[in-house]
Ligand binder design. Structure first.
Ligand code: NAD
Length: 500
């Protein structure tokens, strides 16, 4: 895909690329590593969304009439197409979002895994039947598509998060509208080129670029039946309340503050690797990033020296350079906000044992923050409670596992958490008590694979059915229960048990 500084991105509506016809403005898409402008994204208006909704509604009967197995086969083909362009997509992710190529390749692999999981739809969409719920009466529950489904997604996974929804939605016979993040709209242009090449009926998948106006249009639009959101907690709440008020099915995945508990019996070198990958990978901009380490007893003195020295060694710079370990954060605005958070943490009494505020990645126009570690943090500090969304790790020391669990559960968030230990009993206590939707054991980023559901608890998630895995079919189908009898079928001829 050729990129020029002046390229204005198109929407994809009704089977074709089309310029926004009612844009209220345009934004630069900026490469965070250098500050270079990559393209411009239109802020589409209500008429653009109307076009997409109309196309998606019109496509419903034709798409639903395609057999479930044929829909799955389209996804097999899509998988091959995405695999063929996976390197290009990974480079696109790194270019527009900033994470390193290693991280971007892992993201694209997980994106493709979503398509693989969705191909199971001829099995996962099956209903249930029970013969003879009453004499000569049968009951069955079947699953049918919900209708037009939309997804609103964040900047930090330009390839993967849209695919938490799209393949599952269309596999189940729904049609789909994506509103990408206006900060990273380019990778989905590649994905939609491949969706276009699949030859789906026009309107089955649509892409509308934009920001708040498109989101609000999606939430209110009577032609949209279900909404999935991934992003920050305040917007998740707006989306959840407004979409529910409009009578839509809705799931809203919000922000996070993820804790990593380190027990005194943890394998320290592996724990250090796990914590660094979690806290500083993608420059801390993952919803599953560990941002608070809770050390128990003398784990603190074992952990801190190797953790600080290994973090200090990380190379900060352009993610396209494979020698670098930590790329830029998404924007200069984000960089300045993260630097302010570090200053606030310090002012509230935390000890800055590694300071990334002056890192510039060798590129002064880029938006860099280096790995930062704040020790002697307490739960009362804002920095221990609020999402910073950057490479900033807080350390809290406690005397016991009980106290560690209390710290973790005091958070208003409950997305992911990890425990590092070799003790089965500590692990079991932790799994039983901890208030979070995803738990890792000796794993820094316990993001479930595509075949399992993904989501947090508490302020990290509003809704009931989680994303992908088995929950996806739950979200993207409506259950219909049919009770039936046939007067002419009689009571059975008695030949079932044949005498031997
Ligand atoms: P964001 O909330 O700013 O934006 C998310 C989407 O909402 C974007 O498409 C944006 O255009 C739209 N939006 C932003 N402000 C809006 C408003 N006022 N009204 C309507 N729509 C609005 O999030 P972000 O900065 O792009 O992403 C980072 C956040 O996403 C972090 O909080 C992170 O934890 C969260 N996140 C959560 C998960 C999860 O699974 N829980 C996964 C990835 C990211």
């Amino acid at each position: 895909m050729a990129v020029t500084a002046t390229r204005l991105l198109d929407n994809y509506i009704d089977g074709d690329w089309t310029p926004a016809r009612a844009a209220t403005g345009e934004l630069d898409v900026t490469r965070p590593a250098t500050g270079e402008v990559l393209a411009r994204v239109p802020l589409s208006g209500a008429p653009d969304l109307d076009d997409a909704v109309r196309a998606a509604r019109d496509a419903l009967p034709e798409w639903r009439a395609v057999s479930t197995i044929a829909r799955a086969r389209k996804l097999f083909e899509l998988r091959e197409r995405l695999v063929a362009r996976s390197d290009e997509m990974a480079r696109s992710v790194t270019t527009e979002m900033g994470k390193t190529l290693v991280d971007a390749r892992a993201e694209v692999a997980r994106m493709i895994e979503m398509v693989e999981a969705a191909t199971a739809v001829p099995t996962t969409m099956q209903g249930r039947i029970l013969e003879d719920v009453s004499r000569n009466i049968d009951a069955e529950t079947i699953r049918q598509p919900v209708g037009v489904c939309a997804a609103i997604v964040p900047f930090n996974f330009p390839a993967m998060v849209p695919f938490w929804f799209l393949p599952f939605a269309i596999a189940c016979g729904n049609t789909f509208i994506l509103k990408p993040s206006e900060q990273v709209p380019m990778t989905q242009q590649i994905a939609f080129e491949e969706l276009h090449a699949l030859g789906l009926p026009p309107g089955v998948v649509n892409l509308v670029n934009g920001s708040r106006e498109v989101v609000e249009g999606i939430l209110d639009h009577p032609g949209i039946d279900a909404v999935s959101f991934v992003g920050s907690a305040p917007v998740a709440r707006i989306v959840y309340e407004r979409a529910a008020k409009a009578g839509k099915r809705v799931q809203a995945l919000g922000g996070a503050k993820n804790h990593m508990v380190v027990m005194p019996d943890a394998v320290i070198d592996k724990t250090v690797e796990g914590i660094i990958g979690s806290a500083f990978g993608a420059a801390g901009q993952r919803c599953m990033a560990g941002s608070v380490v809770v050390t128990v007893g003398d784990a603190h003195e074992q952990l801190m020296p190797p953790l600080v020295s290994a973090s200090r060694e990380l190379r900060v710079g352009d993610g396209l350079d494979e020698d670098n370990d930590v790329g830029p954060v998404i924007s200069c605005t984000a960089r300045d906000r993260i630097r302010e958070w570090i200053a606030r943490g310090e002012a509230s009494g935390a000890k800055v044992v590694l300071d990334g505020r002056s890192a510039d990645g060798g590129e002064p126009s880029g938006s860099y923050v280096g790995p930062t570690i704040l020790d002697e943090v307490s739960t009362e500090m804002d920095i221990a409670q609020q999402e910073v969304f950057g490479p900033v790790l807080c350390v809290i020391s406690v005397p016991s596992l009980d106290e560690a669990i209390r710290v973790v559960n005091s958070s208003r968030f409950g997305n992911g958490t990890s425990i590092f230990t070799e003790s089965g009993s500590s692990f079991r206590r932790y799994r039983h008590e901890v208030q979070a939707g995803m738990v890792g054991v000796n794993i820094g980023v316990a993001a479930p694979v595509a075949f399992f559901p993904f989501s947090g608890w508490k302020d990290s998630f509003l809704g009931d059915v989680h994303a992908h895995g088995t929950d996806a079919v739950e979200f993207y189908t409506r259950k219909k229960t049919v009770t039936s009898r046939w007067f002419s079928s009689g009571q059975g001829s008695g030949t079932y048990f044949v005498e031997r």
